[in-house]
Write a protein that binds this ligand. Sequence first.
Ligand SMILES: NC(=O)c1ccc[n+]([C@@H]2O[C@H](COP(=O)([O-])OP(=O)(O)OC[C@H]3O[C@@H](n4cnc5c(N)ncnc54)[C@H](OP(=O)(O)O)[C@@H]3O)[C@@H](O)[C@H]2O)c1
Length: 290
Amino acid sequence: MKRILLTGCRGMLAHDFLRVQSDQFEIFWFDRADLDICDVAAVESRVREIRPQAIFNCAAYTNVDEAEDAGRKANFDVNALGVFYLATVAQKCGIDFVTVSTDYVFDGTREAGYDEDAVPNPINAYGLSKYLGETLARQACENAIVVRTSWLYGWAPYRKGNQPGTFKNFVNTMLRLSESRDELRVVNDQFGSPTYAADLSLAIGEILRNPERFRWEILHLSNETPDSGISWFDFAAEIFRQADIRIRLIPCASDEYPTKAVRPKFSKMRNGSAIRLGDWKEGLEGYFSR
Ligand SMILES: NC(=O)c1ccc[n+]([C@@H]2O[C@H](COP(=O)([O-])OP(=O)(O)OC[C@H]3O[C@@H](n4cnc5c(N)ncnc54)[C@H](OP(=O)(O)O)[C@@H]3O)[C@@H](O)[C@H]2O)c1
């Protein structure tokens, strides 16, 4: 079995990866307390101790709004410098490095969506830090593989009275809000592709098993959506349909809910690789069957 060093193990993607891939790889997982990716000496010492064949980086700063002000430094430190340090150590030790990036590296002006070689133009601090991380990783490590994904949800659906262990994500937010509301206004002018973290984890497993096919590549891995993608409103409607919850949904514009960080309007990423994730509705069914 391949040995994998996984960072950021308390996060949402890490939880699903560990759940679906633990019998496929020998995984050595670390949370921030045991391995801070911003401490390059600690990263090198862990890699020399464990001797993995690959690092899979699930550590990230993911608070998109806080990244604009209070989290500005942490955002840059983790998503740009931390990723660079991991890539540097991977290069030095001659091992593979897989890291995860985002659709928010794009400006959202392309209704037709973005191919892997489209030029990023981030419009918020989080997107900028992730783009820097991608670039530094590929600059530092010839084996770096960047997996961009979008609108991620995973681990376990919110259930009444069962809050511990569930992550904050769009699906869980909708389910939680529906407990106290008869109607919900949901943004209908941002389009993208939701992604179930377990589906993404299976795809990343394929990459880690065959890294020679993907080295130095950027991959766009999200669940499949039609045309320009779906809106948050469409996503919410499907969530409530599958959860069998009756609620009045009202489409609204994003400027009704101003946020610190601006978000791209169209951020669907087109996948030109041989690795496919399933249809977005099937991804959601998989999540609800947990
Ligand atoms: N969530 C989305 O909608 C989405 C969309 C597109 C792409 N992505 C990307 O997908 C990846 C996984 O996202 P996620 O939603 O699973 O993230 P997450 O749940 O926020 O998990 C990130 C983990 O990284 C840890 N971390 C932060 N700083 C660290 C450091 N310096 N050293 C080690 N660990 C550190 C965090 O620990 P603490 O809990 O201690 O802070 C947290 O457990 C990220 O690269 C993210 O940018 C996410």
